[in-house]
Design a binder for this molecule. Structure first.
Ligand SMILES: Nc1ncnc2c1ncn2[C@@H]1O[C@H](COP(=O)(O)OP(=O)(O)O)[C@@H](O)[C@H]1O
Ligand SMILES: [Mg+2]
Length: 328
């Protein structure tokens, strides 16, 4: 399958008073047309900043300082701001963790949807846009769409707000949708509903999905390929089932051990230790201070990103000699 999005050696830094935060420090990512690609890692590992970089909406004091991003054959980093705005308006959309940041509290649901529809297609009349907005509300399974159309975001529940945010992203009929922890702030039952909805919409709207999450359970449920990031870098990437059954990076193993299992009443382990400071990250492999298998070379040398098998890559000095435990 063809790559829709190819990110190569992306570097996005935040120039803060405390120092330069290397939030994304050499991340590469291939997203193929039509796939559901997971981007997973603990909080603070650079997942959101990667998505914001692709959209070119990194907030100050952040700056993309290196790398290449190509989307459907277009080099996004050299695109003029006007052209990039068009890409954001009609090709790549994003749903955020907190729907508040994607919805404007001052405007009704309907007005926001119509604005998104018309940004994508200026020839649509007001009446047509209204009909399209109502149908989008039905697409995201909002009951009484006519009534919701006239409501303000604060009148809606969290789950409903997130559905509206998804509808607003869909209004742009994007080719690529970034969903950044879209269900993290929702109740568990609502989470499952919204994830199912996203699965259906991905199919019906023929989209490619990049799903960002810290939750391996959601990765298993929703994605076909996955890229694992740690402290601003990629540690492993593989097809999802390969990653679960045959992990080769100790960080992946640790994330898998932290997944709650219904069938096995194992004590849930969290990954020990904390994610490092990205102003002054550890030398060598960034995971070495937390890695149970670390040896001298891990402290000294940055591991190469090596091919384990087709479509499976890992950055670990010891992957060949370790036999890590996946899901059994
Ligand atoms: N506006 C900002 N200013 C300074 N540092 C930031 C800013 N936004 C993000 N960062 C830093 O970038 C790193 C990666 O953040 P992020 O991409 O949000 O992580 P994730 O989405 O994986 O939880 C973190 O160390 C975070 O503190
Ligand atoms: Mg994030």
């Amino acid at each position: 399958m063809e790559d829709l999005l190819k990110v190569e050696d992306l570097r996005t830094y935040f120039f803060t008073e405390a120092g330069v935060v290397k939030a994304v420090d050499g991340i590469s990512l291939d997203v193929r047309k039509g796939e559901s690609h997971g981007l997973v890692g603990e909080s603070g590992s650079g997942k959101s900043v990667t998505a914001l970089s692709v959209m070119r909406i990194v907030p100050k004091p952040g700056k993309i300082v290196g790398g290449k991003i190509s989307f459907d054959g277009t080099d996004l980093l050299t695109l003029k701001e006007d052209d990039m705005r068009r890409v954001r308006g009609s090709k790549i959309a994003m749903v955020f963790q907190d729907p508040i940041s994607s919805l404007d509290p001052l405007y009704t649901v309907g007005k926001q949807l119509i604005e998104a529809i018309r940004a994508n297609n200026e020839t649509v009349s007001k009446e047509q846009a209204r009909d399209m907005a109502i149908s989008l509300l039905s697409n995201v399974e909002i009951s009484e769409p006519e009534r919701r159309f006239n409501q303000y975001p604060h009148e809606l529940s969290g789950g409903m707000k997130q559905r509206i945010a998804i509808a607003r992203a869909l209004a742009r009929t994007p080719t690529l949708l970034f969903a950044d922890e879209p269900t993290t702030n929702l109740d568990v039952t609502i989470q499952a509903q919204v994830l199912n909805l996203m699965k259906d919409l991905k199919k019906n709207f023929n989209m490619t999905l990049v799903l960002i999450t810290h939750d391996m359970g959601i990765i298993a449920e929703m994605t076909s390929r996955v890229t694992v990031v740690y402290a601003g870098q990629v540690s492993e990437s593989a097809e999802t089932h390969t990653l679960f059954y045959h992990p080769t990076h100790p960080y992946t193993e640790a994330l898998l051990k932290a997944v709650p299992r219904l069938d096995k009443r194992k004590q849930l382990q969290s990954v020990g230790g904390n994610i490092p400071n990205l102003i002054d990250p550890p030398t060598g492999c960034r995971f070495h201070p937390r890695c149970p298998y670390a040896i001298q070379i891990c402290k000294e040398k940055v591991p190469d990103y090596e091919e384990v098998e087709t479509d499976h890559f890992v950055a670990c000095h010891r992957w060949k000699e370790l036999s890590l435990v996946g899901v059994q």
